[in-house]
Design a protein around this ligand. Structure first.
Ligand SMILES: C[S@@+](CC[C@H](N)C(=O)[O-])C[C@H]1O[C@@H](n2cnc3c(N)ncnc32)[C@H](O)[C@@H]1O
Length: 286
């Protein structure tokens, strides 16, 4: 096999590991139950090493499409969005777009791990992957953001993954080193401090209006021309509104490209075609 073929195969395999789609039907939905009593019961069972699992009839398709909160996968964004992220990173490397890569909202870290994997596969040693999260879940909705009114993601323990757990996931893939930097805390407190970096890829996955807007306001100004701004949650009305408000206030005219049923991106300040929307994967991921 040639070097490019080996690289492609490695990244294909990495994507399948991260999405847990290597094993047919092997993952399951890990949704936390809504009722308090059931949640308590769940905690009790977990302490005994037992995990109740609800296997949906269409689990495999839902997981590939990134519509579930998976039990085992290291990312919930599904095959299409992960593959598109890979193409964005490969494109900025090929085009020499300067800057680091950042994900704001990482959960178990899978999408950030992929970005580090793409750097590794391409022998890139002068770029860093920044991994920004509270590492304790989403914030309570603030009255300053009416679009977030009623949001209850902050009650979902399932979305709270500790920094240690995320680091351990990087270690599983042999991808934790000094090219990975962790930014712990609420975006509103942490992201304004990242003023020394410039970005080639910014990936937003914070679901809420506040989280999306905090990331846009603090990261977009330093996105290099030719860099990608990726939004995971455009199907969520609060996130969509933040993106639309920001694009309008900044008079951003670059077209919003669709990745799948919820993922979108735009490429800053370039009229180049959109390489991130066509499959480069040698394997069938459709
Ligand atoms: C939907 S999950 C991210 C999924 C992840 N990108 C993946 O690949 O599976 C949302 C994450 O955003 C984080 N988050 C949301 N809003 C935040 C905020 N304002 N500050 C810090 N972290 C936030 C949560 O802790 C959670 O880990």
């Amino acid at each position: 096999m040639s070097d490019p073929e080996i690289r492609t195969r490695y990244l294909d395999l990495l994507e399948r590991s991260l999405t847990h789609t290597l094993y047919a039907g092997a993952d399951a939905v890990g949704y936390p139950p809504r009722s308090r009593i059931r949640r308590l019961l769940l905690r009790l069972l977990r302490r005994r090493g037992l995990v109740p699992v609800r296997i949906l009839p269409e689990q495999e398709r839902l997981q590939r499409e990134g519509r579930t909160w998976p039990l085992f996968a290291h990312t919930m964004i599904g095959v299409e969005r992960l593959n598109s992220l890979r193409r964005c990173v490969e494109t900025v490397l090929a085009d020499g777009v300067p800057g680091d890569l950042i994900e704001a909202g990482v959960w178990r870290g899978g999408a950030s791990i992929l970005m580090r994997g793409v750097l590794e596969a391409n022998g890139v040693t002068d770029r860093t992957v920044w991994v920004a999260d509270s590492f304790r879940g989403l914030p309570e909705p603030s009255s300053a953001y009416p679009a977030d009114r009623g949001a209850d993601w902050h009650t979902a323990d399932y979305l709270a993954v500790s920094l240690d757990e995320v680091k351990a996931n990087f270690v599983r893939y042999g991808l934790l080193d000094d090219q990975v930097r962790f930014v712990e805390g609420w975006f509103r407190d942490t992201l304004p401090a990242l003023t020394a970096e410039s970005w080639a890829v910014v990936r937003l996955d914070g679901d809420m209006y506040e989280s999306t807007m905090d990331a846009l306001v603090n990261l977009y100004p330093r996105l290099a021309p030719g860099g990608f701004l990726i939004v995971d949650d455009y199907a969520i009305p609060s996130c969509r509104q933040a993106v639309d408000d920001f694009r309008q206030s900044e008079a951003i005219e670059e077209p919003l490209e669709t990745v799948d049923w919820t993922g979108v991106y735009w490429r800053r300040g370039t009229a180049a075609s959109n390489p991130a929307s066509g499959a480069t994967n040698t394997s069938d991921v459709s």
